[in-house]
Ligand binder design. Structure first.
Ligand code: UD1
Length: 341
């Protein structure tokens, strides 16, 4: 019988790609999502790719009653992958309570119900934002955690602490915390991808919308940073590579191959790419020019950050190896599959 996994936020960007990889690896998936930042049609995309429509529960993970009913209706869930969270840095500064409530209550509810329903492990979506502006690059998992620069970032730090405290208290659960660098791209089928609501805040959706003529031009936020071309440097990781890491992490916990009840992994490529070099890569991969201009720095941006993914490479046996031009071509194919408005 297939192992059953609950994916919270499973119709979202990273969640939907992970559901595909889980199903392709033979897992049975139950999704809960409140559809606050995703569309129910994502289920059609998942079904078209994998031939399987996952069980879907529309609901909010901050609601214990809904979660209890979900576990009762879907007995035998062995693991949880928790993507259900608000994730816009700027919005979190405007609406901090929304972020603390959504992100922390969701996590605490899930943790509390795990022992009761016999759920053994939880994979948690954290972020390289916990490292703040690193003293040196690239960084491994032992780099110091810096004070958070936004309520969003703070929810990731606090979540890591909540999980650690709970597991160390002797609760009968295990966790793998994954610190994502900058996830981009879309499934090569162009059947699922990122669906930003309104004006995109992140670089790649803004870039692809500009290339599609939906936005007039892309503003590059600052070219006076202390980097080779003056623009910020990030570790852009293909979303399908990222999704696959979740499957490996879940198997590791459920098979008992983990060496500690909490393990933390950086998920990046190990290569830093500047904003301008990313634009060049898009243009090279697609042959489409992206109108762009240099603007002011964006408040709160980190100058440069990229990962040492050695721990994930060696311990998980996982590697992000999709070439950046392929990722860019996939992002473009996905953009072209969307309506032009
Ligand atoms: C941020 C968060 C990260 C979160 C991610 C997804 C921080 C420090 N980082 O990453 O934790 O997981 O969003 O929500 O909180 N850029 C432009 N023009 C644009 C948009 C972006 O030049 O129109 C530049 C930015 O200045 C930055 C780079 O592109 O240098 C990447 O920006 P973005 O995609 O927003 O991601 P981060 O800010 O790195």
């Amino acid at each position: 019988m297939a192992t059953k996994i609950l994916v919270t936020g499973g119709t979202g960007y990273i969640g939907s790609h992970t559901v595909v990889e889980l199903q392709e690896a033979g897992f049975e998936v139950v999704i809960i999502d409140n559809l606050s930042n995703s569309n129910i049609k994502v289920l059609d995309g998942i079904q078209a790719i994998t031939g399987i429509r996952p069980v879907f529960v529309e609901g909010d993970c901050t609601d214990m009653t809904i979660l209890r009913r979900l576990f009762a209706d879907n007995p035998g869930i062995k693991g949880i992958i928790n993507f259900a969270a608000s994730k816009a840095v700027g919005e979190s500064v405007q609406k901090p309570l929304l972020y603390y409530r959504n992100n922390l209550n969701t996590l605490m509810n899930l943790l509390e119900l795990m022992p009761e329903f016999g759920v053994k492990g939880i994979v948690f979506s954290s972020s390289c934002t916990v490292y703040g502006e690193p003293d040196v690059n690239p960084i491994d998992e032992t780099a110091p955690i810096k004070p958070a620069t936004s309520p969003y970032g703070n929810t990731k730090q606090i979540s890591e602490e909540i999980i650690t405290d709970y597991v160390r208290s002797g609760a009968p659960i295990k966790s793998i915390i994954l610190r994502y660098f900058n996830p981009i791209g879309a499934h090569p089928s162009a059947l699922i991808g990122e669906l930003p609501l309104g004006v995109p805040q992140n670089l790649v959706p803004y870039l692809t919308q500009t290339a599609a003529g939906i936005r007039k031009e892309l503003t590059v936020f600052g070219n006076d940073y202390d980097t080779p071309d003056g623009t910020c440097i990030r570790d852009f990781i293909d979303v399908v590579d990222l999704a696959k890491a979740h499957v490996v992490a879940m198997k590791r916990m459920l098979d008992g191959a983990d060496t500690d009840a909490i393990e933390i992994f950086n998920l990046g490529t190990g290569t830093g790419l500047s904003v301008l070099r990313l634009i060049e890569s898009f243009e090279r991969a697609t042959g489409v020019k992206v109108p762009h201009r240099i603007g002011d720095r964006r408040a709160g941006d980190i100058e440069q950050i990229w990962a040492i993914p050695a721990k994930a490479n060696e311990v998980l046996g996982w590697k992000a190896d999709t070439p950046i031009d392929v990722t860019m071509a996939n992002a473009w194919r996905w953009q072209q599959s969307l309506p032009k408005s």
